[in-house]
Design a protein around this ligand. Structure first.
Ligand SMILES: CC(C)(COP(=O)(O)OP(=O)(O)OC[C@H]1O[C@@H](n2cnc3c(N)ncnc32)[C@H](O)[C@@H]1O)[C@@H](O)C(=O)NCCC(=O)NCCS
Ligand SMILES: Nc1ncnc2c1ncn2[C@@H]1O[C@H](COP(=O)(O)OP(=O)(O)OP(=O)(O)O)[C@@H](O)[C@H]1O
Length: 205
């Protein structure tokens, strides 16, 4: 089913390609954005629906003392074992997609454009369709793999092997590039990212 009242733009890219940076620039321009990583964080807060299922499967050793999920620990576990990552996805994704769909429905009458920042857009495309999340356009924030690796290692304080495992848990960025409607190049500095984003926004006028 198409969303008739507003345009839904999927904002994607590889891990650490710059989606959150683009989202915050869009936010400062007044655009409405749904941040999938934030939604995924909300649904695993203590006593939220996915919380119990995660503990049931992964055990209490992934909890902090205050009973919140230790994201660093869980991340280390799932990014080094594809079966565990799949299990975490199976638990969390239905809740995440349900919430995204509901935010779209709630805001579509008030917004001309809704951006959905979603790292796994192409990886979970069929599941998104099943949840009636249909994109009019997909914008990809692009960096080459070398830059992606460097920025990821720096931001998350990961060694080369840990960073590579996280990149390999997603489709290669060059594959994503082929499937996107528009590319926002983020190989340069923030100033040039803003220029590239503004050029892409011009297409919407
Ligand atoms: C593994 C977890 C605990 C790590 O938490 P952490 O706070 O360190 O990272 P954060 O959630 O901010 O994600 C950072 C980036 O990792 C990548 N990433 C996250 N989850 C996944 C995944 N399931 N598969 C591949 N890459 C992923 C994305 O590029 C994301 O932007 C967390 O990412 C998680 O619960 N993931 C499962 C839910 C999910 O798929 N979220 C993505 C949005 S749908
Ligand atoms: N043009 C740039 N120049 C230098 N550093 C940048 C640039 N754009 C983003 N960064 C930095 O690169 C890192 C990754 O950017 P960001 O967090 O926006 O990526 P992301 O795609 O949202 O990542 P994730 O998939 O993990 O959510 C951050 O530390 C950010 O500050």
């Amino acid at each position: 089913m198409k969303h008739t009242n507003c345009k839904i733009i999927g904002l994607t890219g590889g891990i650490a390609s710059g989606k959150s940076t683009v989202s915050s620039i869009l936010g400062s321009k007044g655009y409405y954005i749904i941040d999938s990583d934030e939604v995924a964080k909300d649904i695993v807060k203590p006593y939220e629906p996915a919380y119990h299922s995660i503990i049931k499967f992964f055990g209490t050793s992934i909890l902090n003392e205050d009973k919140t999920i230790n994201r660093k620990k869980l991340g280390e576990l799932v990014f080094s074992d594809v079966n565990l990552l799949q299990k975490l996805n199976q638990i969390t994704h239905p809740y995440v997609f349900h919430e995204i769909r509901s935010r779209i429905a709630k805001n579509c009458s008030r917004q001309n454009i809704i951006f959905v920042d979603i790292p796994l857009l192409f990886e979970v495309y069929n599941e998104l369709e099943r949840h009636k999340i249909i994109f009019d356009e997909v914008w990809l924030v692009y960096v080459d793999e070398k830059t992606q690796l460097e920025r990821l290692m720096k931001r998350n304080n990961l060694n080369l092997q840990e960073a590579k495992l996280r990149i390999e848990a997603q489709f290669p960025i060059e594959e994503k590039k082929k499937r996107a409607t528009r590319i926002i190049d983020n190989m340069g500095d923030i100033e040039s990212l803003i220029k590239n984003l503004n050029k892409t926004l011009d297409y919407l006028l």
